[in-house]
Design a protein around this ligand. Structure first.
Ligand SMILES: [Zn+2]
Ligand SMILES: [Zn+2]
Length: 417
């Protein structure tokens, strides 16, 4: 099949043959071109979280081609690839992380190397992160006599679905490898190519989820007074939920968003029937623990339950409110920021913007940031007509000049340790 033949070809050796630059120390521009070739392959053949078998095989094959021999497994996560670069000199133990997974969806980016897999697309830029990290691994391995300590390259499955980072953390592998600091970058839509953002402290919210099952008495549509009018009750609950942060919390002190993302009732489709059930699902983004009181005031979970209580107390209506915690907020270590960022500002050829910024997006890199000093960078991907559309949109794209800056950023981090 075309997929297997094209996808499994090690790009490293292929590119060397084509371009003929078989020098032991490839330049940054050669590595950037190589990285973009990898990206085009990954982009055309996206795979969902925990099913990134061909992507992981490509990553492993490429790493072996550069001379990597030591790999680590993570129990229950077969598509995870962790590779070791040991300089055999005393020094810090650091790790770089890139994600492997794509998302369900269509692609309307207009690029020639668009997804060839039906209903799957790399709309979060993880293919760019993986190709960049492969470029970094190749470049650093070719210059390891200039480095010290150990560097681990963590190619992580399943950022977009449950598991992934938390599985890796829970496996204990990072502790076993004695990793002292960890770094990641993410494609930042609309940020110019050559620009990087980084700020200390909390930068992204934690994500939490809720499911509310509502049940009551159905009725004929002509006699709503005989039943519980569950669609009406559910709609009022949606309005209440969506306005909780604005009306019930001091959002300048405790930023939070409650978004309903799924509302379902009347599955039978009958237009003369008022259904007896509805389901509301959604997400809570916040910087606090949603099940813990905040400065003596009720927790977000308690506020949600209190605000929904009147609806659930309507005679004949029963509610089941399930609130689950997801990934924690993402935290950039201020000490690591102070140690690394001034040195990066001096050496990185792009520009580094340290303006404090917080967003309500979330990211499973946060699981690493809970236990290890970490830095998470935004990487500019916008130039000309590419890189402007939001992540997760059908139009999402990454400009080819991005790769050079992503690779250089990580290489500098390794160099200035
Ligand atoms: Zn994403
Ligand atoms: Zn992402």
């Amino acid at each position: 099949m075309a997929f297997t033949r094209f996808f499994m070809l090690p790009v490293f050796s292929g590119l060397l043959l084509v371009s003929g630059f078989a020098q032991p120390k490839p330049s940054l521009s050669e590595i950037s071109a190589y990285s973009f070739e990898i990206y085009k392959q990954l982009h055309q053949y996206p795979e969902l979280g925990k099913k990134e078998f061909k992507t992981a095989a490509l990553v492993r094959d490429e790493l072996k081609t550069y001379g990597f021999t030591k790999f680590y497994e993570v129990d229950g996560l077969p598509t995870c690839v962790i590779a070791e670069l040991d300089t055999r000199k005393e020094g810090p133990v650091i790790a770089f992380r890139a994600e492997l997974d794509a998302r369900p969806g269509k692609e309307k980016s207009g690029v020639a190397y668009a997804s060839k897999i039906d209903s799957l697309v790399h709309s979060c830029g993880h293919d760019a992160h993986t190709s960049i990290l492969l470029g970094v691994a190749r470049l650093l391995n070719s210059r390891k006599q200039l480095l010290k300590g150990k560097i681990y390259f963590v190619f992580q499955p399943a950022e977009e679905v449950k598991g992934g980072a938390d599985d890796i953390v829970n496996s204990g592998i990072l502790k076993k490898l004695n990793i002292g600091s960890m770094y990641a970058l993410h494609a930042a839509s609309g940020l110019d190519v050559g620009k990087v953002t980084i700020s200390p402290g909390y930068i992204m919210a934690g994500s939490n989820y809720f499911t509310i099952d509502i049940e009551g008495k159905g009725s004929h549509a002509a006699t709503p007074y005989e039943g519980s009018n569950i669609p009406v009750v559910a709609s009022k609950m949606v309005t209440t939920l969506s306005s909780i942060p604005a009306l019930n919390m001091d959002i300048s002190e405790r930023p939070a968003v409650v978004s309903v993302t799924h509302l379902e009732a009347g599955k039978s489709g009958g237009l003369n029937v008022i259904p007896s059930q509805a389901v509301i699902r959604g997400t809570i983004r916040a910087y606090e623990q949603i099940d813990e009181p905040f400065n003596g005031r009720p927790s977000i979970s308690d506020i949600i339950r209190d605000q929904l209580a009147p609806f659930c107390a309507i005679p004949g209506v029963k509610c089941n409110i399930d609130i689950r915690k997801g990934s924690p907020p993402t935290y950039n270590s201020p000490e690591l920021f102070d140690h690394m960022v001034p040195k990066l500002i001096k050496t990185f050829q792009g520009s580094i913007d340290t303006t404090p910024h917080r967003g309500m997006f979330s990211e499973d890199f946060s699981y690493y940031t809970k236990g290890i000093p970490c830095l998470y960078f935004g990487l500019g991907i916008a130039k000309e007509n590419l890189g402007h559309a939001n992540v997760h949109s059908e139009e999402f794209s990454v400009h080819p000049d991005t790769f050079r800056y992503g690779i250089e950023l990580f290489v500098r981090i390794a160099e200035v340790q």
